[in-house]
Design a binder for this molecule. Structure first.
Ligand code: ADE
Length: 227
């Protein structure tokens, strides 16, 4: 998978993809993330990419021209499955969307700043608008990092044990069951006996029960969400 990200603050995104699972994905050649500084397409030598909003009001708006030229250029290099704008008024990211996007070849992500991007770019280029939650960040970069992480780990071959993502929270609209590691008794806090009795079928049943119980008590909304 190839992910291009258009940003005015590339430095914010230089760290997240160079560690852990996403680094493994890029080292294995399964994922390439390329950052594109929007100022390369600035409208003048002052690096201008934003302007005041029509109709008045505080806050700058990211202009059409730099964004359109950046996207046009990138579209000569790749055909995008989706052009995604990270914005608090987008559809809230969930595991289903991450699964869907992890099957794609080429994604382009646009990070907004200030008041956001000119609506005409949203109307004419953007195919999907994603929010990572009902709160406002100072820019789309951290949201893009979250989105890339959630997608990148699902690309086939990225996780060592391919089945492990299958048991993540949310994969079946269920939260993950509790997990334990050694020692079996820590300060008198013992792990459930079933985990050391050697009956793997019973362990699976117990895990499913725990998942259902946890989901019922912590996130009952997930059990109703059959989308
Ligand atoms: N940009 C600012 N806030 C955001 C959010 N919550 N999700 C996605 N992009 C954003």
């Amino acid at each position: 998978m190839h992910i291009d990200i258009i940003t005015v603050v590339p430095a914010l995104l230089e760290g997240p993809f160079s560690h852990s699972i996403l680094k493994r994905a890029t080292d294995k050649g399964l994922l390439t993330v390329e950052l594109h500084d929007l100022r390369k397409w600035a409208i003048n030598k002052h690096g201008q990419i934003d302007d005041y909003q029509y109709g008045g009001g505080a806050g700058m708006v990211m202009m059409c021209e730099p964004l359109a030229n950046a996207i046009d250029h990138l579209q000569t290099l790749r055909k995008y499955d989706e052009i995604i704008y990270l914005t608090p008024d987008g559809t809230t990211l969930n595991q289903k969307t991450a699964n869907f996007l992890s099957m794609k070849e080429n994604l382009l992500m646009i990070c907004g700043h200030y008041k956001g991007i000119d609506q005409r770019i949203r109307d004419h280029y953007v195919t999907r608008e994603i929010s990572i939650g009902d709160y406002v960040l100072s820019g789309g970069e951290l949201a893009a990092a979250v989105l890339v992480d959630s997608i990148g780990r699902l690309i086939p071959g990225v996780l060592n044990d391919e089945t492990s993502a299958l048991f993540d929270s949310f994969q079946d609209n269920l939260l993950a069951p509790p997990v334990y590691t050694r020692p079996a008794d820590f300060r008198g806090w013992k792990i459930p006996d079933i985990l050391i009795q050697g009956d793997l079928k019973k362990v699976d049943e117990w895990r499913l029960e725990q998942s259902i119980e946890r989901t019922k008590s912590l996130r009952p909304d997930l059990l109703k969400d059959d989308e």
